[in-house]
Design a protein around this ligand. Structure first.
Ligand code: GDP
Length: 367
């Protein structure tokens, strides 16, 4: 519940119910003379930025604020869930500010993929989505890959201005910022008590050496993401941790692939052909005949076809079919947040089934 106590760090009203929400502090913290929210606590004592989730409305308010400032906007997306982690409308909110696009988690893609090709793909896709970034970078925040270059690019493009980092939850924004702090300071203690976060309610300011700030905005919750529909314990099955091994299936017409019990790919027509699946290595793929697929799901979702878990099936959204005719060679059928299937030649008819509320899209092949 909300209290009347405010955090001495950021000034927000302290609440004790939602550990992921703004202003959270454990109830025991309220007994102290001065109260500090968990987010500020971590920042102060561990130089660790903790992600806090906001509703869309709150986030839009912040974005609106960003547009009225003279600043560089750093937008972080997850290369493995590019469309799912895209923040629509950012260009509108950016005002006249430059947007530097950083695609994180590049370590997940096969090592054989050329970075130049990915950058071109990211530029073209951004343009289609209405954003013209000033530059595009690929990084792995968790592995530290390309982080020096990212730090240098931010320093270059900000030309003495403030920096705002935006991104939806789970793109690795916290990991990125924590790395960035280490990168910039060497020792990782840029945030001293005197630099303790300002009085803004919902953002964290990290001082840069010319008196400007790098500001971490809270992650927006993107409700179309698969992650919101599955049990926290099962997130590991869909969130890949290491390089994805592509899995190739030779399918005859009227065959079906199940991705755990989370999604389903029906191959309707187009002759015998191969499909390349890019999904977390830990997610089981189960092949069956199309005519048996409904029955199999009905009887075995939550067991053979898992995640979701058996005791979760009541709340798990029903799978909704989306039918496509693949017109172009090298097309990805993207299951938002789960991965994608590359269709190599044109002329296939397929149906992609995803939980109600999750998106399926076609795109030019990423790899
Ligand atoms: P935030 O919600 O955007 O702040 O994201 P987090 O920093 O909490 O990271 C979300 C998840 O992505 C965590 O499981 C991280 O371990 C993982 N992650 C972050 N950066 C990377 C990366 O560069 N590569 C990979 N493979 N995973 C990452």
């Amino acid at each position: 519940s909300e209290t009347n106590v405010v955090c001495i760090g950021c000034g927000i009203k302290v609440q004790t119910e939602d550990p992921k929400g703004l202003g959270y502090a454990p109830a025991s913290a309220l007994e102290k003379e001065t109260v500090i929210c968990q987010r500020c606590f971590k920042l102060k004592h561990y130089n660790e930025v903790q992600d806090v989730s906001l509703t869309d409305d709150d986030f839009l308010k912040i974005l609106n604020g960003v547009g009225s400032k003279d600043a560089l906007i750093v937008k972080i997306v997850d290369i493995f869930d590019f469309n799912g982690s895209w923040l629509p409308g950012l260009q509108r909110f950016a005002g006249g500010n430059d947007v530097l696009l950083i695609a994180n988690k590049v370590d997940l893609l096969p090592k054989s993929v050329k970075h130049n090709k990915l950058i071109n793909w990211l530029q073209a896709s951004s343009k289609e989505l209405g954003l013209k970034p000033i530059d595009v970078l690929l990084v792995s925040a968790s592995k530290g890959e390309n982080m020096k270059e990212a730090a240098a690019a931010i320093e270059h493009y900000r030309s003495g201005k403030d920096v705002y980092v935006v991104g939806c939850t789970n793109v690795g924004k916290s990991t990125f910022i924590n790395r960035m702090i280490k990168e910039v300071t060497g020792e990782g203690d840029i945030i001293t008590t005197s630099h303790f976060p300002g009085t803004t309610l919902d953002i964290i300011e990290i001082p840069l050496d010319d008196g400007k700030n790098l500001t971490d905005t809270p992650g927006i919750i993107n409700h179309h993401q698969m992650a919101h529909h599955i049990d926290k314990r099962d997130l590991k099955y869909i969130t890949p941790k290491k390089e994805i091994k592509s899995r190739v299936y030779q399918l005859n017409e009227e065959q079906t692939l199940f991705f755990g019990g989370l999604a389903r790919f029906d191959y309707l027509s187009g002759g015998r052909r191969s499909f390349t699946c890019y999904l977390s290595n830990d997610l089981d793929i189960h092949r069956t005949k199309l005519e048996k697929a409904d029955e199999l799901y009905k009887n075995h979702a939550g067991e053979l076809l898992t995640p979701p878990r058996k005791d979760q099936m009541d709340e798990f959204p029903e799978l909704v079919p989306h039918e496509f005719s693949i017109k172009e060679a090298k097309t990805d059928v993207v299951f938002s947040g789960l991965g994608w299937v590359t269709v190599n030649e044109p002329g296939a008819k397929i149906i992609a089934h995803v939980p109600k509320g999750v998106n399926v899209i076609l795109r030019k092949s990423l790899i």
